[in-house]
Design a protein around this ligand. Structure first.
Ligand code: NAP
Length: 309
């Protein structure tokens, strides 16, 4: 029985080579050279089009090379009886925390003001509040969100977080559940979205949510594009309800060249580049779960399909 890999292209051929080295003796096939689909017992995939897994009738284990599993779990044809594992790793979360901290500081220290002034050779002095006076809120307190909230707190921000279940994180004021959302938003002038995309969180970044934040707030999103109602963000920036935003994820990626996000004042775009697991992390996580599967041991980082993340 064979392993099918359909991998992130970021690492090129090194990725499949590393998997072959980590799993000697395994029959490893790289998509699209599948051979007989009935041979495939394990799939290692980075996202995949709807129905991609349907032909593999003998699948027993699915491994996502990323953290977000929405493209798999929200696919109506996803084989829900088969365990799905994903990558959870400290360095992966730390990379996201660096992204969140970079953009929180960018907006808090008003770099757009200084960059615009320099373009005009203009000396545009401005006083700054210290981080402890700035209330930042992180939506989602999993491997990405908890790392981000903790780093923001260590930098000195007045950091809060919001999750589904109640949490206790040192230095972070924790809110939870639908009941906790309004109080979380009311105190968070900079909101960082690190939620997974589920039926519950789709469209959560909308006009209603922006209106519950203090006026002149900032939204940073590296969750998924479909969390955001795009026209609501544009309207909130135009009205001044939000003074800034940074987006790493989009409904359509790459972001089309004629999309208004590229040119909206106060809006900053990064190309889904906030955090990627290293090649080593990704390969080791997969190889360890293959070893466990072969040995009949419990798998690591199994996705709860009933929650959708
Ligand atoms: P995770 O470990 O599963 O954590 C998800 C967090 O969101 C948990 O704290 C969870 O609450 C909370 N949550 C889920 N549904 C919620 C709801 N309805 N209301 C309130 N809180 C809710 O996920 P992760 O590994 O941190 O990743 C989060 C997301 O980041 C991924 O799904 C992916 O979309 C995105 N991501 C993006 C990039 C990028 O490059 N842009 C890279 C990696 C990940 P509980 O703790 O109570 O369960």
């Amino acid at each position: 029985m064979a392993i099918l890999c359909r991998l992130h292209t970021a690492f090129g051929d090194r990725y499949i080579q590393a998997i072959r080295e980590a799993l000697p003796g395994e029959d490893i096939r790289e998509w699209p050279d599948v051979g007989n689909p009935e041979d495939i017992e394990i799939a290692c995939i980075f996202r995949s089009p709807p129905g991609f897994l349907t032909p593999f009738k003998n699948l027993k284990l699915i491994s996502s090379t990323g953290a977000g599993v929405d493209t798999l779990v929200l696919d109506p044809e996803f084989p829900r009886h088969i365990p799905l594992v994903r990558v959870v790793d400290e360095d992966f979360g730390n990379r996201m925390a660096e992204y969140a901290a970079t953009w929180v500081m960018f907006h808090h220290r008003d770099l757009p003001h200084f960059l615009a002034a320099q373009k005009e050779s203009r000396w545009a002095y401005k006083t700054m509040r210290s981080a402890r006076e700035v209330k930042v809120g992180v939506m989602g307190l999993g491997q990405m969100g908890a790392a981000a909230a903790q780093l923001l707190s260590r930098i000195g921000y007045d950091a809060a977080g919001w999750s589904r279940s109640a949490k206790s994180i040192e230095g972070v004021t924790c809110f939870s559940g639908a009941d906790g959302l309004d109080a979380f938003l009311a105190r968070s002038e900079i909101v960082v979205n690190l939620l997974p995309l589920t039926d519950e969180t789709r469209g959560i970044l909308n006009a209603g949510l922006f209106a519950k934040m203090p006026k002149g707030g900032v939204v940073i999103s590296a969750g998924r594009g479909a969390h955001l109602v795009e026209e609501d963000l544009l309207a909130a920036l135009a009205s001044g309800q939000l003074r800034g935003a940074t987006l790493d994820v989009f409904t359509k990626e790459p972001l089309p060249q004629d999309h208004p996000f590229w040119t909206t004042p106060g809006l900053f775009v990064t190309p889904h580049a906030s955090s990627t697991a290293s090649l080593e992390t990704s390969v080791n996580a997969f190889a360890e779960n293959v070893r466990r599967y072969r040995a009949g041991e419990p798998l690591l980082n199994v996705v709860d399909l009933s929650r959708g993340y």
